[in-house]
Design a protein around this ligand. Structure first.
Ligand SMILES: [Fe+2]
Length: 147
């Protein structure tokens, strides 16, 4: 059986009921060389609290029901990911000030070519910065307009 035949057969076995509703992101794993260091970093920048450890995970609950589960991978390279946080406009300046106090460079762009500036996309403000593991973190006050 070829790949195409397998794919075709599988597609017939999966019930399709149209577009799902009520599906929400509940949690995601954030890999870190040191889960405590990385969780403390983003909790400090965003003004959040770290919850009690849950097995191998160090959770940070966001305000929308999503949990970041920091997971330690101390013996292998961390694959950088992108995490974007929609933040209240009145907290944006404080977060930038925390980055400056931590001497963490922020950038207006995701490629980190415009240091020390914030962007004004979609009528809001945004900035990018690297966490201790090189994850590309973003804070933005207005969500992307994708249409
Ligand atoms: Fe983004």
């Amino acid at each position: 059986m070829s790949h195409n035949q397998q794919d075709d057969q599988r597609s017939h076995e999966v019930p399709s009921t149209g577009i799902a509703s009520g599906v929400q992101l509940n949690h995601t794993v954030v890999c870190a060389k040191d889960r405590q260091v990385s969780a403390e970093f983003i909790a400090l920048v965003l003004g959040l609290e770290i919850s009690a450890p849950f097995g191998p995970f160090l959770p940070i609950d966001l305000g929308n029901g999503v949990t970041l589960d920091y997971y330690q991978l101390s013996d292998q390279p961390i694959q950088p990911q992108h995490y974007a946080f929609l933040v209240p406009d009145d907290q944006f300046d404080t977060m930038i000030a925390r980055l400056e106090a931590l001497r963490v460079t922020y950038y207006a762009d995701p490629a980190h070519t415009d240091p020390g500036h914030v962007n004004r996309l979609f009528g809001g403000r945004g900035a990018y910065f690297a966490d201790p593991d090189g994850h590309n973190m973003e804070i933005l006050t207005r969500p992307y307009i994708r249409s």
